[in-house]
Structures are given as C-alpha cells and as structure tokens.
Design a protein around this ligand. Structure first.
Ligand SMILES: CC(C)(COP(=O)(O)OP(=O)(O)OC[C@H]1O[C@@H](n2cnc3c(N)ncnc32)[C@H](O)[C@@H]1OP(=O)(O)O)[C@@H](O)C(=O)NCCC(=O)NCCS
Length: 163
C-alpha cells in the first residue's frame, strides 16, 4: 500500500471500470458514472498533507486493488472516509487494513473525528466500522447510517500512549 500520486491516473480509471453497479452505488451513491481523465487526475493528485488517499496495488505495482481515503472537512478538524476494494479481493482484510492506516494518519495529524455515510444495507462496511469502535447512527429517511469515531485528546492536548 502507498499514497496515490500523479502517474496513477490510468490505474485509477481501470479500477473504476472494473466496478460493478453495486460497487458504484455503495461507494458513490450512484451519483458518479464515469471516471474522466480530469477527475482521475484530481483524485490521485490530492494534497496528501491535508487529505489522505491510499492505494493497494498488485505486487508489480501495475493494478489497483483498493483505495481508501479521507477528505478533510472545511473546518479542518474532521474528515470523511471512503473505501473501495476490487470485488475479486474482498474479505481478505484489505478494507480493514486501509481503515487502520487512515485512523493512524488521522491520529498523527491530531484530527478530532472521522466519519462516513454508509448505506444501511452495506453490512460489510458497517461491520468493519463497528469493530473499530465507530458509533453508528441511522439517518432517518435517507437509507444511510452515519459512522463516527471521535479521536479524543487528553488535557495537555497529547494523545494517551495507549491510543
Ligand atoms: C466495504 C468494503 C470496502 C470492505 O472491503 P474488504 O476488503 O472486503 O473488507 P475486509 O476484508 O477487511 O472485511 C470484510 C469482511 O471480511 C471479513 N474478513 C476480513 N479478513 C478476512 C479473512 N482473511 N477471511 C475471511 N473473512 C475476512 C471481515 O471480518 C469482514 O467481515 P464482515 O463482513 O462480517 O464484517 C468492500 O466490500 C467494498 O469495496 N464495497 C463497495 C464500496 C463500499 O461499500 N464502500 C464503502 C463506502 S464508505
């Protein structure tokens, strides 16, 4: 796994083309239907000192297997998480590993909160969040669940050693 970077555009486009409609629904809520070169450039070229975009690749580095990212909220103290794992390599812990790396990055950058909107039927994603201590709050009328993890600081503003 490594941060996405300029040069990964074609790999990201190929990854997007591999998604089933269900995957696109679960990741993008059905809003996004194509991955243009321009959009791919934006997504691999995010400012990794603010946002975090990680890719999991095949051994030769040529094919993307998964992407996990967080995008900083405008206030700068919280971030929205999103994941997508190639259908052929699911249930092997890739999504879990990406979440753990993103949680570690958020802690190191002293964010206060991580959150995500998840379809109420997305048992796999909800299970992963639940196992990592996220609070799951159904959003009435939307069919979504909001997953939230607070990242508390101690009184001196330093994280407890065990955190
Ligand atoms: C949700 C998603 C990211 C999960 O990715 P994943 O790599 O399959 O996740 P993991 O393998 O870490 O965990 C998934 C499940 O496999 C289980 N698992 C993990 N490692 C395993 C292993 N070695 N063998 C068997 N099962 C395993 C986990 O316990 C988890 O079980 P659960 O479904 O009962 O909770 C993936 O299904 C996906 O891309 N979905 C479409 C997009 C999406 O929903 N994005 C989320 C929007 S925020």
């Amino acid at each position: 796994m490594r941060p996405l970077r300029p040069g990964d555009e074609a790999r990201l486009q190929e990854f997007f083309r591999s998604h089933t409609p269900d995957t696109i629904h679960d990741r993008y809520g059905g809003v996004v239907t194509t991955m243009s070169e321009e959009r791919a450039r934006e997504l691999v070229g995010v400012d990794q000192t603010r946002d975090c975009a990680l890719g999991s690749f095949t051994r030769d580095g040529q094919m993307l297997l998964a992407v996990g990212r967080y995008c900083l909220d405008p206030a700068g103290d919280a971030a929205e998480l999103a994941f997508v794992v190639r259908e052929s390599v699911r249930r092997r812990g890739v999504g879990t590993r990406l979440l753990q790396l993103l949680m570690a990055a958020a802690r190191a950058r002293r964010l206060r909160r991580l959150w995500a909107q998840v379809d109420v039927h997305n048992a796999s994603m909800l299970g992963i969040f639940r196992h990592h201590g996220f609070r799951l709050t159904p959003q009435p009328g939307s069919g979504d669940v909001r997953a939230t993890l607070e990242l508390p600081r101690d009184r001196r503003g330093v994280r407890p050693a065990a955190a």
